[in-house]
Design a protein around this ligand. Structure first.
Ligand SMILES: Nc1nc2c(ncn2[C@@H]2O[C@H](COP(=O)(O)OP(=O)(O)OP(=O)(O)O)[C@@H](O)[C@H]2O)c(=O)[nH]1
Ligand SMILES: [Mg+2]
Length: 254
């Protein structure tokens, strides 16, 4: 079985990406898949240059901005077909430190379905470079989503995390509908609902030094609606199970 796949979605991240890939490759067993959505700043060209020197980097190019969520799902499917064991999500803007990668592996070896790199563990805030408004949005978003979904996690929206192959195989990835950052909430919820343990470990998050943020009002709205959507879905799923159990019991008795 191949080892660890780092999936990195990119949208104009030329300035940070090459250095970041180099830092990932310093760690044994890690392969990088860049999922690029038609960057115009030379991001795919930079990846191709690196690819000419190593077999541990791959590139998937999509025709337009199709969203963070679908970039990860496409990347996971690619990795599942190639027999990877752990799947790491990582931003390509320098916010996530590649030196945390071996720590993720160490935690995953304990048998978790998902390990989230949390910025808010032990009543602290490990974020460098955010203003108060951004911090408040992130903290409140986390409290809001975890309360509605009943998940006891400190950082549901963190995008630095690692899934086991078993967890991803158990999910119906085509059922994941979030495109923006709510993708992180949805995946944590689905891994937990599938019966896997979701664990957290502390990380430090650094605001990007280069390029520009892709955060928008639409993305925030999507994240506000998602927890309710998942709760309604859970209700219908439970109802469906009751109906099919009754049908089955009727068939046996009749
Ligand atoms: N392929 C792809 N990548 C995306 C898309 N949107 C964002 N990304 C990438 O996803 C990662 C996270 O996006 P950012 O804009 O940094 O979002 P963020 O880290 O939540 O916000 P900032 O604090 O502003 O950096 C980066 O590597 C982006 O290039 C998208 O639609 N498609
Ligand atoms: Mg970022």
């Amino acid at each position: 079985m191949r080892k660890y796949l780092v999936v990195m979605p990119t949208l104009n991240e030329r300035s940070s990406l090459p250095g970041l890939i180099e830092s990932v490759l310093k760690h044994d067993g890690f392969h990088v898949l860049v999922v690029d959505d038609a960057s115009t700043d030379g991001t795919p060209e930079a990846v191709r240059t690196i690819m000419s020197t190593t077999e541990r980097v791959s590139l998937m190019e999509r025709p337009s901005k199709l969203g963070l969520g679908t970039a990860y799902i496409t990347g996971f499917k690619w990795g599942l077909q190639r027999g990877f064991r752990y799947f790491i999500e990582m931003d390509a803007d320098g916010s996530h430190n590649p030196d945390a990668l071996p720590w993720f592996v160490k935690e995953m070896e304990k048998g978790f379905g998902l390990v989230i790199g949390s910025r808010y563990m032990n009543e602290t805030i490990s974020v460098v470079g955010w203003d108060f408004r951004r911090l408040l949005l992130s903290k409140c978003g986390n409290i809001y989503a975890s309360m509605i979904l009943g998940l006891r996690l400190t950082d549901l929206t963190s995008g630095f995390r690692c899934y086991s192959v078993q967890a991803l195989e158990a999910l119906d990835l085509d059922r994941v509908h979030s495109t923006g950052y709510s993708f992180q909430i949805e995946m944590a919820y689905r891994v937990d609902a599938a019966g896997f343990t979701v664990h957290e470990m502390p990380i430090i998050f650094y605001e990007r030094n280069y390029g520009s943020s892709k955060m928008s009002k639409r993305i925030v709205r999507e994240a506000a609606v998602l927890p309710w959507r998942l709760r309604v879905e859970r209700m219908f799923d439970a109802l469906g199970r009751v109906v099919s159990r009754k049908k089955h019991a009727k068939e046996i008795s009749g």
